[in-house]
Design a protein around this ligand. Structure first.
Ligand code: IMP
Ligand code: MG
Length: 179
Protein backbone atom coordinates (compact mmCIF):
# COMPACT_ATOMS: atom_id res chain seq x y z
CA UNK A 1 0.00 0.00 0.00
CA UNK A 2 2.77 2.41 0.98
CA UNK A 3 4.18 2.25 -2.58
CA UNK A 4 0.89 3.70 -3.90
CA UNK A 5 1.76 6.99 -2.16
CA UNK A 6 3.39 9.84 -4.03
CA UNK A 7 4.65 11.14 -0.70
CA UNK A 8 4.00 10.85 3.01
CA UNK A 9 2.64 14.00 4.66
CA UNK A 10 2.43 12.83 8.29
CA UNK A 11 3.88 9.66 9.73
CA UNK A 12 2.47 7.89 12.76
CA UNK A 13 4.78 9.65 15.20
CA UNK A 14 3.83 13.10 13.89
CA UNK A 15 0.12 12.24 14.01
CA UNK A 16 0.23 10.97 17.58
CA UNK A 17 2.27 13.94 18.73
CA UNK A 18 -0.35 16.27 17.28
CA UNK A 19 -3.16 14.26 18.88
CA UNK A 20 -1.52 14.81 22.28
CA UNK A 21 -1.86 18.58 21.73
CA UNK A 22 -5.42 18.41 20.38
CA UNK A 23 -6.55 16.14 23.20
CA UNK A 24 -5.03 18.45 25.82
CA UNK A 25 -6.97 21.41 24.42
CA UNK A 26 -10.24 19.49 24.23
CA UNK A 27 -9.76 18.16 27.77
CA UNK A 28 -9.17 21.68 29.03
CA UNK A 29 -12.15 23.15 27.15
CA UNK A 30 -14.62 20.46 28.30
CA UNK A 31 -13.34 19.91 31.85
CA UNK A 32 -16.57 21.20 33.44
CA UNK A 33 -19.00 20.06 30.76
CA UNK A 34 -20.74 16.81 29.94
CA UNK A 35 -19.22 15.91 26.61
CA UNK A 36 -20.82 13.76 23.93
CA UNK A 37 -18.54 12.86 21.04
CA UNK A 38 -20.19 11.98 17.74
CA UNK A 39 -17.80 10.30 15.33
CA UNK A 40 -18.56 10.25 11.63
CA UNK A 41 -17.94 6.75 10.24
CA UNK A 42 -15.90 5.31 8.63
CA UNK A 43 -13.19 7.88 8.03
CA UNK A 44 -12.84 9.08 11.63
CA UNK A 45 -12.55 5.63 13.23
CA UNK A 46 -8.80 5.46 13.69
CA UNK A 47 -8.49 9.16 14.56
CA UNK A 48 -11.30 8.74 17.10
CA UNK A 49 -9.71 5.72 18.76
CA UNK A 50 -6.35 7.44 19.21
CA UNK A 51 -7.77 10.84 20.18
CA UNK A 52 -10.36 9.72 22.72
CA UNK A 53 -7.86 7.61 24.65
CA UNK A 54 -5.96 10.83 25.26
CA UNK A 55 -9.00 12.64 26.74
CA UNK A 56 -9.44 11.66 30.44
CA UNK A 57 -13.02 12.99 30.76
CA UNK A 58 -16.25 11.01 31.44
CA UNK A 59 -17.55 11.44 27.89
CA UNK A 60 -20.22 9.62 25.91
CA UNK A 61 -19.53 8.28 22.45
CA UNK A 62 -21.90 7.84 19.53
CA UNK A 63 -21.37 7.30 15.83
CA UNK A 64 -23.05 8.55 12.68
CA UNK A 65 -22.79 7.18 9.20
CA UNK A 66 -23.48 9.21 6.11
CA UNK A 67 -22.94 8.61 2.43
CA UNK A 68 -21.52 11.59 0.59
CA UNK A 69 -18.73 10.53 -1.73
CA UNK A 70 -19.87 7.61 -3.85
CA UNK A 71 -16.38 6.24 -4.45
CA UNK A 72 -14.74 9.08 -6.36
CA UNK A 73 -12.55 11.94 -5.14
CA UNK A 74 -15.15 14.73 -5.40
CA UNK A 75 -18.12 15.36 -3.13
CA UNK A 76 -21.47 15.21 -4.85
CA UNK A 77 -23.11 17.44 -2.28
CA UNK A 78 -25.80 14.89 -1.54
CA UNK A 79 -25.65 13.65 2.07
CA UNK A 80 -27.68 10.62 3.11
CA UNK A 81 -27.95 9.59 6.79
CA UNK A 82 -27.68 5.83 7.09
CA UNK A 83 -29.28 5.31 10.51
CA UNK A 84 -32.94 5.46 11.42
CA UNK A 85 -32.42 7.10 14.83
CA UNK A 86 -29.87 9.86 15.33
CA UNK A 87 -27.85 10.01 18.58
CA UNK A 88 -29.59 11.66 21.53
CA UNK A 89 -28.06 15.13 21.73
CA UNK A 90 -30.72 17.07 23.69
CA UNK A 91 -29.02 19.45 26.17
CA UNK A 92 -25.62 17.83 25.58
CA UNK A 93 -22.34 19.46 24.59
CA UNK A 94 -21.58 17.84 21.24
CA UNK A 95 -18.19 17.44 19.62
CA UNK A 96 -18.41 16.10 16.06
CA UNK A 97 -15.31 14.20 14.93
CA UNK A 98 -14.52 13.72 11.26
CA UNK A 99 -11.53 12.79 9.18
CA UNK A 100 -11.34 15.76 6.85
CA UNK A 101 -13.00 19.06 6.06
CA UNK A 102 -13.03 19.33 2.27
CA UNK A 103 -16.00 20.97 0.53
CA UNK A 104 -17.71 21.12 3.94
CA UNK A 105 -21.00 19.82 2.53
CA UNK A 106 -20.98 16.67 4.66
CA UNK A 107 -20.07 18.29 7.97
CA UNK A 108 -22.45 21.16 7.37
CA UNK A 109 -25.33 18.75 6.77
CA UNK A 110 -24.43 16.74 9.89
CA UNK A 111 -24.09 19.83 12.04
CA UNK A 112 -27.46 21.23 10.94
CA UNK A 113 -29.17 17.90 11.45
CA UNK A 114 -27.83 17.62 15.03
CA UNK A 115 -28.67 21.24 15.82
CA UNK A 116 -32.33 20.51 15.02
CA UNK A 117 -32.37 18.22 18.07
CA UNK A 118 -31.44 21.06 20.49
CA UNK A 119 -28.00 20.22 21.84
CA UNK A 120 -26.49 22.66 24.35
CA UNK A 121 -23.50 23.34 22.08
CA UNK A 122 -21.91 21.92 18.93
CA UNK A 123 -18.25 22.03 17.96
CA UNK A 124 -16.39 20.33 15.15
CA UNK A 125 -13.02 18.56 15.31
CA UNK A 126 -11.27 17.30 12.19
CA UNK A 127 -7.97 15.55 11.70
CA UNK A 128 -7.33 17.36 8.43
CA UNK A 129 -8.51 20.60 6.90
CA UNK A 130 -8.04 21.24 3.18
CA UNK A 131 -7.03 24.79 2.36
CA UNK A 132 -9.61 25.24 -0.37
CA UNK A 133 -12.75 27.38 -0.69
CA UNK A 134 -15.70 25.64 0.99
CA UNK A 135 -18.99 24.93 -0.73
CA UNK A 136 -20.81 25.19 2.63
CA UNK A 137 -20.53 27.67 5.53
CA UNK A 138 -18.71 25.56 8.10
CA UNK A 139 -15.50 25.92 10.10
CA UNK A 140 -13.74 23.45 12.37
CA UNK A 141 -13.05 24.39 16.00
CA UNK A 142 -10.22 21.87 16.40
CA UNK A 143 -7.91 20.96 13.51
CA UNK A 144 -5.14 18.37 13.45
CA UNK A 145 -3.31 19.47 10.31
CA UNK A 146 -3.98 21.87 7.45
CA UNK A 147 -3.16 20.49 4.00
CA UNK A 148 -3.37 21.62 0.37
CA UNK A 149 -6.01 20.52 -2.09
CA UNK A 150 -4.52 17.11 -2.84
CA UNK A 151 -6.32 13.82 -2.34
CA UNK A 152 -4.89 12.01 0.68
CA UNK A 153 -5.32 8.53 2.12
CA UNK A 154 -4.37 6.59 5.24
CA UNK A 155 -5.07 6.72 8.98
CA UNK A 156 -8.79 6.20 8.30
CA UNK A 157 -9.05 8.04 4.98
CA UNK A 158 -9.86 5.94 1.94
CA UNK A 159 -9.87 5.89 -1.80
CA UNK A 160 -12.66 3.55 -2.89
CA UNK A 161 -12.60 2.00 0.61
CA UNK A 162 -8.87 1.15 0.45
CA UNK A 163 -5.89 2.51 2.43
CA UNK A 164 -7.81 3.21 5.66
CA UNK A 165 -5.39 0.96 7.56
CA UNK A 166 -2.22 2.75 6.46
CA UNK A 167 -0.62 4.09 9.67
CA UNK A 168 0.49 7.33 7.98
CA UNK A 169 -1.27 10.01 5.89
CA UNK A 170 -0.03 10.48 2.35
CA UNK A 171 -0.85 11.77 -1.11
CA UNK A 172 -2.12 9.05 -3.42
CA UNK A 173 -0.27 8.74 -6.74
CA UNK A 174 -2.32 10.52 -9.39
CA UNK A 175 -2.27 7.66 -11.89
CA UNK A 176 -4.12 5.49 -9.36
CA UNK A 177 -7.09 7.85 -9.26
CA UNK A 178 -9.70 7.09 -11.91
CA UNK A 179 -10.47 10.21 -13.94
P1 IMP B 1 -16.76 17.09 2.02
O1 IMP B 1 -18.24 16.91 2.13
O2 IMP B 1 -16.37 17.50 0.62
O3 IMP B 1 -16.20 18.05 3.05
O4 IMP B 1 -16.05 15.69 2.21
C1 IMP B 1 -16.56 14.73 3.03
C2 IMP B 1 -15.85 13.42 3.00
O5 IMP B 1 -15.16 13.22 1.78
C3 IMP B 1 -14.82 13.28 4.06
O6 IMP B 1 -15.36 12.94 5.31
C4 IMP B 1 -13.97 12.16 3.48
O7 IMP B 1 -14.55 10.91 3.76
C5 IMP B 1 -14.04 12.42 2.00
N1 IMP B 1 -12.82 13.13 1.53
C6 IMP B 1 -12.66 14.44 1.22
N2 IMP B 1 -11.39 14.70 0.84
C7 IMP B 1 -10.73 13.52 0.94
C8 IMP B 1 -9.36 13.12 0.70
O8 IMP B 1 -8.46 13.90 0.33
N3 IMP B 1 -9.08 11.80 0.91
C9 IMP B 1 -10.01 10.90 1.32
N4 IMP B 1 -11.28 11.22 1.56
C10 IMP B 1 -11.63 12.52 1.37
MG1 MG C 1 -14.39 8.51 2.36
Amino acid sequence: MQEDLERVLFDETAILRRLDELAARITQDYRDRELTVIAVLNGSLIFMADLLRRIPLPLKLDCLSVASYHGGTKSTGEVVFRQVALPDVLDRHILILDDILDSGLTLNAIRRKLEEANPRSVRVCVLLEKQIPRAAPIEADYIGFKIGGEFVVGYGLDYMERYRNLPCIGVLRKELIAS
